[in-house]
Design a protein around this ligand. Structure first.
Ligand SMILES: [Zn+2]
Length: 135
């Protein structure tokens, strides 16, 4: 029962049109703590957080987890929309700031056929997005 409520809180946050932040996930973190829930995040996400943000908080991992799923949802819908418009190619755009990782840099500004484009986000912290190409 408690898990269902939690899942729906997470789902609502993924579906929300607003940007995610530590503040917006705060009610979820409070719910987890108050109900003493041992929420199981994906193990590769936990490994990513431990490596990149040692001593990370519950709010922080929730933020990364939910942001990834928000981006995934956006990316799938961007590709669907491009297909609906009969576009054949998309460019991978990075956030073009100093925090871009090597992994994303490899794909930056490359144009791919929709059927062959790598799945975004590329990793838990990836902020890349698709830019449909009108040719
Ligand atoms: Zn990326």
């Amino acid at each position: 029962m408690k898990t269902t409520k939690l899942e729906s809180m997470i789902y609502n946050e993924i579906s929300s049109m607003y940007h995610i932040s530590k503040k917006s996930v705060a009610p979820i973190a409070i719910y987890i703590r108050e109900n003493d829930i041992d929420y199981e995040f994906p193990s590769d996400l936990v490994a990513y957080m431990k490596n990149k943000y040692p001593g990370y908080t519950l709010e922080h991992i929730l933020e990364v987890y939910i942001r990834y799923q928000k981006f995934r949802k956006r990316d799938i819908s961007d590709l669907d929309r491009a297909r609906e418009l009969n576009l054949r190619e998309v460019k991978i755009k990075t956030s073009e700031d100093s925090r871009i990782c090597f992994n994303c840099e490899k794909h930056a500004n490359k144009i791919y056929k929709i059927e062959e484009v790598p799945e975004l986000p590329l990793y838990w912290g990836c902020r890349c997005y698709y830019e449909p190409q009108v040719t």
